[in-house]
Design a protein around this ligand. Structure first.
Ligand SMILES: O=C(CO)COP(=O)(O)O
Length: 256
């Protein structure tokens, strides 16, 4: 059965010491308060990763992820970090295709297909983000947008490759805005995503794929969102910067 995952995306926040302190708080709270078979992933800026992996050793509910990686193995790409570098410090996850990377850094589906390949070749688990803008939702285009983001960047994979992905549905209009998709809106598109995966890879792969919701998720709305049949957890931005809020979101699964 698919994993339940609550992942935090710190984005470009927290200096080194504050990041370590936040992660230590998260580990302690998860250890004491989170029950059941849940994975809590913290996706931090590159400078934190090696230390976080060290701090997280021995806590199997907590994993560390990066927020981006380059598609090439090595070479003259000033300022970039490769998936093999991440693997060399035992980072487990990498966020790919976040809408901020698409919007501010021009990442498109073709490039993201290459990044996904590189991540899988080096044994990282991509948290692959898809989601429509406000105008795409308003015009009713959102099913097609999400379908092509998924198909163009990931449907070249074998079933074995695809089954290593975590999918995150993040409607751009809900990110950092305080406007959350209603649980019915989120469930509708999550079910659609699972149906598309089933059409491509079969029902078993679809049933085993974790599909996370992201966009203004907080301790108040998490329980209702996570109670939907096709929502397997969350990708949390702002609320992941406060240990209490982040772990309270993870605890929304305690009663399930
Ligand atoms: O972009 C997000 C996580 O990747 C969501 O951000 P917020 O939770 O701040 O809306």
């Amino acid at each position: 059965m698919r994993k339940k995952i609550v992942a935090g995306n710190w984005k470009m926040n927290k200096d080194y010491n504050d990041g370590l302190a936040l992660f230590s708080e998260v580990i302690n709270m998860v250890k004491d308060e989170v029950v059941g078979d849940l994975k809590v992933v913290v996706c931090a800026p590159f400078i934190h990763l090696n230390s976080l992996v060290g701090l997280g050793k021995g806590y199997d509910k907590v994993s560390v992820g990066a927020q981006n990686a380059h598609q090439e193995e090595a070479g003259a790409y000033t300022g970039e970090i490769s998936t093999s570098m991440l693997k060399s410090i035992n980072v487990e996850y990498v966020i790919l295709g976040h809408s901020e990377r698409r919007q501010y850094f021009g990442e498109n589906n073709a490039l993201l297909a290459k990044k996904t390949d590189a991540a899988l070749e080096n044994g990282l688990k991509p948290i692959f983000c898809i989601g429509e803008t406000f105008s795409e939702r308003e015009s009713g285009e959102y099913f097609n947008v999400v379908k092509s983001q998924l198909a163009e960047a990931t449907f070249h994979l074998s079933a074995d490759g695809f089954s290593k992905l975590v999918i995150a549905y993040e409607p751009v209009w809900a990110i950092g805005t305080g406007v959350t998709a209603s649980s019915a809106q989120a469930q509708e598109i999550h079910a659609f995503i699972r149906k598309e995966i089933a059409a491509k890879y079969g029902q078993e792969v679809a049933d085993n794929t974790s599909i996370l919701y992201g966009g203004s998720c907080n301790p108040k709305n998490a329980e209702e969102l996570f109670s939907q049949a096709d929502i397997d957890g969350g990708l949390i931005g702002g609320a992941s910067l406060k240990s209490r809020d982040f772990v309270d979101i993870a605890k929304a699964f305690n009663s399930k």
